[in-house]
Design a protein around this ligand. Structure first.
Ligand code: BES
Ligand code: ZN
Length: 640
């Protein structure tokens, strides 16, 4: 059941219920591609006000000016609407948008209303527009200066220090703070944009740049972008700053601030190999170019899979490609997440879990089996620990988040790591060759379409299990996806993977014997992480000082390692770690590092005032996502 019958009942034009084949054909003609929507219970997204069965947006055309002084974007959004005959209105998502007018394609005013704001603010407010027969609507608007998706950086927050910078982060439901559209992953839209920015700034987006920028003669330039494949709207993204480009392969390259570009390029210059490996595994890369932008360290995530333009934190750069699993991950989303996309946020694992599995397969192919196995073992260990902490019967440990909790409450490990372990387990039971063929056809058959957990499982059952009742029992599919905790058939990592490190941990725990400096530097980054994650949690000042003196942890070039050191230091109330952590927290806005460091501080009376003091200085430099998470950690209410 790929397309719900109800979606077809919409009596849409032929393209509305395209098969993937017809969909890809239409891309080469002038007909814009229109993806189907799903109307099954699992596909329902409770984080949107849209009623796509009644009327939906199929194409977004943005004409926006970037105002760095006012820290605002504003202009026009022109939306193409596909409505059921007789539909009176269309409902969009909006959050804090200042709307000047709404007209139809001919300039006729349409009446509209903005409903009540959601309780927690995240969902925003419905923007209901009376269609009056219109198939195109034009919204004249400005986003709020504090739009949650956007982060405006001062020159001081950039590496160059000379020019301001802007980037967006749309996932999960932030794009409604700067784009008035139906902001739901199951409502795919093609889009295009014209963006103006002051010289000499460059603009990139998650769409293909069209020609050279146009000089407007008023100190500004206009940039044009097109995404002709329907994407979930959380994937519309923008960045602007003093940035340059350097090519890697025929279809890949990297953008970064000029002073960062060389370091960034050297880290990611094997991207073309990653793309080739991914294609060998699961079929053609369907998006044309694969470029990346290495953003300033305020970026709240490690990476974001914005189509044709992956967004990256600079904190993954270690000088030795040891964190390039991140690139493999964001690249893998070009299939899992960007081709076949969850329809509801409750199916987080369909994007992130499948991608984490795929990431590991790319890593194996490009960086070797040992590294892949080590990363799998780290992932498995996080899963076990995460489930232990949450409780094996906690609804937050189910891969598909149950209706009883918010879709955003599911543990990260249940989405990423449980998803990886699940697919490894299935792969192991059905055999790699068969599994790979199945996953390839899954992406292919659902390219540019929304999907759900039940569709994934039904397809697996139909094509991989058939009548094999014994295999069905052994796989425990429903327990994995809908159940909590860790199913008993989980494929454990090879215990030999970290044998040497685990012995070193045991020796250290027994009598304080530290690995020699040579042993330590001979270890892979994953081995170093394993050691720091496994060493005894409680350490005295003397023990921490000895550890740092021997292993040089406070000087670690790999931020994953440095982070584990800082976390251990703060947890153990180790004074020398405070200035180091303070420096780190004043530069880096990546939530994965920032939140746990504040959490570590907030766990003791020693740390609480330190956390408050540092956060008072750094809070304004964080993206709204990181700020929200740390506010919660420190028990602050919004705006405090
Ligand atoms: N798409 C995610 C980031 C995301 C997920 C943003 C959910 C908002 C809501 C991205 O692909 C991701 O998973 N990033 C990870 C990378 C890591 C798993 C290699 C990150 O940022 O840490
Ligand atoms: Zn991801």
């Amino acid at each position: 059941m790929r397309i719900a019958a109800a979606a077809l009942a919409l009596s849409l034009t032929a393209t509305a219920c395209t098969t993937p084949d017809a969909a890809s054909q239409s891309a080469s003609t002038t007909q814009p591609m229109v993806s189907p929507i799903l109307t099954t219970a699992q596909a329902f997204d409770d984080q949107t006000y849209a009623q796509p069965q009644v009327a939906r947006v199929t194409h977004v055309d943005l004409d926006l000016d970037l105002d760095f002084e006012g820290q605002q974007v504003g202009g026009k959004a022109t939306l193409d609407v596909l409505a059921q005959p007789g539909a009176k209105e269309i409902v969009l998502d909006s959050n804090g948008l200042q709307i000047a007018s709404v007209t139809d394609g001919a300039g006729r005013r349409l009446s509209y209303s903005v409903g009540a704001m959601s309780d927690d603010g995240g969902k925003g407010a419905p923007l209901t527009i009376q269609l009056d027969g219109a198939e195109r609507i034009v919204i004249d608007y400005r986003a709020a200066p504090n739009a949650a998706a956007l982060q405006w950086l001062t020159p001081e927050q950039t590496a160059g220090g000379e020019y301001p910078y802007l980037f967006s982060q749309g996932q999960a439901i932030l794009n409604r703070t700067w784009i008035p559209t139906q902001d739901s992953p199951g409502i795919r839209q093609t889009w295009e944009a014209r963006i103006t920015a002051p010289k000499p700034l460059d603009v990139v987006m998650s769409g293909v740049r069209q020609g050279e920028p146009e000089d407007l003669g008023n100190g500004r330039r206009a940039f044009r972008f097109v995404m002709d494949k329907p994407v979930p709207p959380y994937l519309i993204a923008i960045a602007a700053g003093d940035i340059d480009f350097r090519a890697i392969g025929p279809r890949s390259g990297v953008w970064a601030e000029p002073v960062m570009l060389d370091r960034a390029w050297r880290e990611v210059n094997d991207t073309e190999q990653l793309i080739e490996a991914a294609e060998e595994l699961y079929g053609d890369y369907r998006w044309g170019r694969y470029d990346m932008i290495v953003l300033p360290p305020a970026f709240p995530y490690g990476g974001m899979e914005n189509p044709v333009m992956t967004f990256l934190t600079p904190t993954f750069i270690a000088g030795d490609k040891s964190n390039n699993g991140l690139i493999a991950h964001e690249l893998a989303h070009s299939w899992s997440g960007n081709l076949a996309t969850y329809s509801s946020w409750r199916d987080g694992w369909l994007n992130e879990g499948v991608t984490s599995y795929f990431e590991n397969r790319i890593t194996e192919q490009v960086y070797g089996e040992q590294r892949a196995e080590q990363e799998y073992a780290l992932s498995y260990a996080s899963l076990v620990e995460g489930i232990e902490e949450a409780g094996a019967d906690s609804p937050t440990t189910a891969m598909r988040s149950p209706d009883s909790i918010s879709p955003f409450e599911t543990e990260g490990v249940a989405i990423y790591d449980k998803g990886t372990v699940f697919l490894r387990t299935v792969e192991n039971m059905v055999g790699r060759e068969k599994f790979d063929a199945w996953l390839t056809q899954w992406f292919d058959n659902h390219a540019f379409e929304p999907v759900t957990s039940e569709m994934f499982l039904a397809d697996l059952r139909e094509k991989l299990i058939g009548n094999d009742a014994q295999l069905e029992r052994r796989l425990m599919l429903d327990e994995w996806v809908y159940g909590t905790g860790l199913p008993s058939n989980a494929l454990k990592p090879d215990p030999q993977t970290f044998a040497a490190v685990d012995n070193a941990v045991a020796a250290y725990a027994a009598d304080g014997t530290l690995p020699t400096a040579n042993t330590w530097t001979g270890w892979t980054a994953a081995e170093q992480r394993r050691f720091l994650e496994r060493m005894p949690e409680e350490r005295t000042d003397e023990q921490l000082a000895a550890l740092d003196a021997r292993l040089g942890l406070s000087e670690a070039g790999n931020n994953e390692v440095l982070f584990l050191w800082l976390e251990a230091g703060l947890r153990n109330q180790y004074d020398p770690a405070v200035p180091q952590a303070e420096r780190f927290l004043s530069q880096v806005g990546r939530n994965k590092f920032v939140s746990p460091l504040f959490t570590a501080l907030s766990e003791s009376d020693w740390g609480k005032p330190i956390a408050r003091r540092i956060y008072a200085e750094t809070r304004d430099s964080y993206h709204s996502y990181t700020r929200g998470r740390v506010d919660a950690t420190l028990g602050m209410t919004a705006g405090e």
